[in-house]
Design a protein around this ligand. Structure first.
Ligand code: ZN
Ligand code: ZN
Length: 399
């Protein structure tokens, strides 16, 4: 089957893919609560073919495997399936029917595209080398789903993994690619400074925890500007600073929160260690106590160069050279990075913006939607990379 025939197959199933996306959009579920979504995916896959082996590695995720007619390697394609705690503000006819829950990150589209790819690859099973693993992953928005899937061992035999995210800052019809660093790791922190409060008129009898807090916050800017290598992108953002409730009382505790974004493990660890030290020593300097609690977030998405080059070739051959935008590293995050730490692979952006149609809102915005033409592009890319990769995976990942 040539690429023209695959495009025709894509066209044949495009309406189904859009219908699935709209159904999922109307019925969003939060991370770890994707029970109906997983059941929907499970049932759809079983309806495609008895040859799809469907498993449920965790209660709200689904994995399907399709063995080709010829021997070969194992390629995984991943979609995420969870929605966000956002009240939808679009006027779409298929807007969310669930109060305060919305597919504002395009995961409804990711799920529909991967279902579409499974549907088409079922048709091409006889000529498929090796095996395709379709991962419908839960809890991406908590940055925990990928690790949970990996821990089940369900991907132990996978040779290469590919994933994609819809992205409105790239026009529909184009793709965003990055070899190496693509998206940063993200962690969040909660700092508590405790000490002796007192009368605002007698600061010498108390500890001025707000002053200590401001010194700590300023020390973080110094840390990034002066102690991290300028080539190693890193951010510390303080987003919460809560203290006190009266005009004339010095509070006895201060809460500070925020997040960090990093790429290298060394810098990630260094920043955490150094922030901890700043909090403890600056607090102690003024007689107070400072503690930091960390919540580990997503691992950085660092694409494998050879796999990325091969994806680039697939896009060039099927969508044209002009369809590729080369990306600078982004400081947003994605838990796909966990897979890439263990399995060679690539993560890319599928352009889904359309400024003429007013489709410009970014991910996680209550008015977010995407151009549905992107669904066919993403589905075709899944299918074409699966066929190309499984025929040449030795060359791609062994170089
Ligand atoms: Zn998101
Ligand atoms: Zn997302």
């Amino acid at each position: 089957m040539n690429n023209q025939d695959i495009k025709l197959l894509g066209k044949k199933f495009e309406e189904d893919i859009i219908t699935w996306r709209r159904y999922l959009h109307e019925h969003p579920e939060l991370s770890m609560q994707e029970a109906e979504t997983a059941q929907f995916i499970h049932d759809k896959l079983l309806s495609f073919s008895a040859n799809l082996v469907v498993q449920r590695p965790t209660p709200t995720s689904v994995i399907a495997r399709l063995k080709g007619g010829k021997p070969g390697k194992v390629l995984a394609l991943r979609a995420d399936i969870d929605a966000l705690p956002i009240e939808e503000q679009t006027d779409l006819t298929f807007r969310s029917t669930r109060k305060g829950v919305m597919h504002a990150c395009g995961h409804d589209g990711h799920t529909a595209m991967l279902l579409g790819a499974a549907r088409i690859l079922v048709e091409l099973q006889a000529e498929l080398h090796g095996e395709v693993v379709f991962i419908f992953q839960h809890a991406e928005e908590l940055a925990s789903g990928a690790d949970e899937i990996l821990e089940t061992g369900a991907l132990a035999d996978v040779d290469c993994i590919l994933g994609a995210h819809l992205y409105n800052q790239i026009p529909v019809g184009q793709f965003g690619l990055a070899a190496g660093r693509m998206m940063s790791a993200s962690d969040s922190f909660d700092i508590t400074i405790s000490g002796k409060g007192g009368h605002a008129a007698e600061p010498d009898q108390a500890q001025d925890l707000i002053y200590i807090g401001t010194e700590i916050v300023q020390s973080f800017s110094q840390l990034i500007a002066r102690q991290v290598n300028a080539h190693d992108q890193a951010i510390v953002s303080v987003t919460k600073f809560n203290a006190g409730s009266a005009y004339n009382v010095l509070p006895d505790h201060v809460q500070i929160g925020g997040c960090t974004r990093t790429f290298s493990d060394t810098t990630r660890e260094f920043i955490q260690r150094q922030m901890q030290e700043n909090v403890e020593t600056l607090s102690a300097l003024y007689g107070a106590t400072g503690t930091v609690e960390w919540t580990k977030g997503a691992t950085a998405v660092i694409n494998h160069t050879q796999v990325t080059d091969a994806v680039r070739t697939v896009i060039e051959n099927n969508f044209g050279k002009e369809a590729i935008q080369t990306l600078n590293p982004h400081m947003i995050s994605e838990d796909f990075g966990s897979y890439l730490k263990e399995i060679p692979g690539n993560f890319l952006f599928i352009g889904s913006g359309n400024s003429k149609e007013g489709i410009t809102y970014p991910l996680h915005h209550p008015k977010f939607t995407f151009d549905e033409q992107a669904l066919l592009n993403g589905t075709l890319l899944h299918v074409m990379t699966a066929l190309t990769f499984l025929n040449s995976l030795d060359e791609i990942t062994m170089k």
